[in-house]
Design a protein around this ligand. Sequence first.
Ligand code: F6R
Length: 615
Amino acid sequence: MCGIFGVTGLPDPLTLVADGLRALEYRGYDSAGIVTVDPERGELWRCRAAERGRSIEKLETKMHDAPVHRGATLGHTRWATHGAPNEENAHPHVDCSGRIGLVHNGIIENHRELSAELRSAGHAFSSATDTETFAHLVESKVRAGACLREAVAACLGSVTGDFAVALVDAAEPHTIVAARRTSPLIFGRTPIGAIVSSDIAAALPTTRDLYQLGDDQVVELSPDGVVVIDASGAPAEARRLAVSWSVEAAQKSGYPDFMSKEIAEQPVALAQTLLGRFSSAGVPELEELALSRRELAGFNRVVLVACGSSYHACMSGRDAIERLAKVPAEVDIASEFRYREAVLGADTLVIAVSQSGETIDTLHALREARRRGAKAIAVSNVVDSVMAREADGVIYTHAGPEIGVASTKCHLAQHALLAVFALHLAHSRGELSGESLAAAAAELTALPGLVEAALTGSQDHAAVARRYVGVNDFYFLGRRSGFTVAAEGALKLKELAYVRAEAYPAGEMKHGPISLIEPGAVVVVIALRDGLWEKVMGNVEEMRARGATVVAVCEEGDQETEAAADAVLKVPGAGALVRPIVGVVPLQRFAYEIARARGNDVDRPRNLAKVVTVE
Ligand code: F6R
């Protein structure tokens, strides 16, 4: 969601900030803005734009009017929550005097009470945002004699909610002050200055000397150095980040978009996810996880929580855990779980699965689980993410940065890592023989090659997809692991192509949804050769009998399925553990091609944000 990028002490700060904002675009935004301090005049200069997809370009034009002298500079990409996505509501916001500039990510939950108090004390507001409240709050402290750092620290106790803020003050022209609670914010040092950023990918072109600000910590950045304090004003220390990503990993590197790059990277991403996860005898090893095998064996129940594509990975994780480790497992959508009043105890292990490790619903679900007495671990792609820090243990997917809004390589990596976890749990409980473990390890080790084969096989999945560009109604059907594939395929198509795509367990169609099937409907059926294939083929017949066109995801060489369907998307045959992972691959392409042919931006689909940091 909202992105923050700021620099001080570095040459050409406006260009650096605009570049930083471009790198943050993927988080999703509908307006953008920049503020810089003019040290000569001791005043702020600000520009903002609210033109979907072109706001940063607009800012770059407006930047020609910026003052020659530029001190501390902050930029922001806004994904509207409070107040329409227009220029008045775009950040940076300023206080009454125009002396303090502020950018913000998250939500100030008590903004109504605070702004009522501030208004009655004479503050004039110029936007409909919750953000502006913070600027006026800081103003009141600064007016009372505090420096910017002290003022921000003093405000933290008054605001509720999850947020990250960065501020400049015309009276301290080369200083940026930033603070956070839950929402992401890192800062970085260079020999001559410093930066603040919402994420690592945007910071990497400037520095690798990066630090994670703790909850309710405040950092003051200036060319003279960095000072970190806590909300009481006492000195504090931020945590240094171990950065393994390269700058190139977060660039398109010749691909037309991040999504096609990330689809192509899947074999390598999976190889990284699986690297070092098995001993030579096939025994699963999850050393990252801070839970011993003994502790793991003590859990009697596993609950997986996540949102979107990560939730779909959890569906197959649940199945693998029950099948291999014989532990009752369930999966819940994080935003539902949080309010479910789930009965949890010390014998329950909750697994919060999130690419970003920041999704607010999943984070709150993780917190709720711990509050209710369960142990909670995180599966995260972003190292040192908020969830990774708050959980009782973490395992990383190590899939490299994912910039395209639609999850692809990280989704596959989550599936694979949850399969490794299921094996680890099974081994800890003594549920699998050495032979079975070795066979499962071999199956997973072959996965990158299978995904490579699915991507480069004889069949052109894109050509099949192009036949359905004009269709507005899709159904995706499958059973058990086929249903997890169907759910992910439908989500990809909805979010990218903006067409209706409903996923149903195939056996459920007869209980209502089949009445929607009429000539013209396109039904994508997951017809992989698991134990349910024959039943799925029965569903294919039912669909065709009602005039639907059937596109089947099937295994190479499966002539029976090919004969029964109108079109097929072929994948290599695979074992039970990895079949749902391989099955997703052609559906990513299917959605990608249809979306592109319909003229949609696949990296930044409308209304969506890569990282959903608000409820
Ligand atoms: C869909 C997609 C989203 C995310 C969801 C959770 O392609 O990417 O559905 O999976 O927003 O995000 P994370 O995994 O970061 O918690």
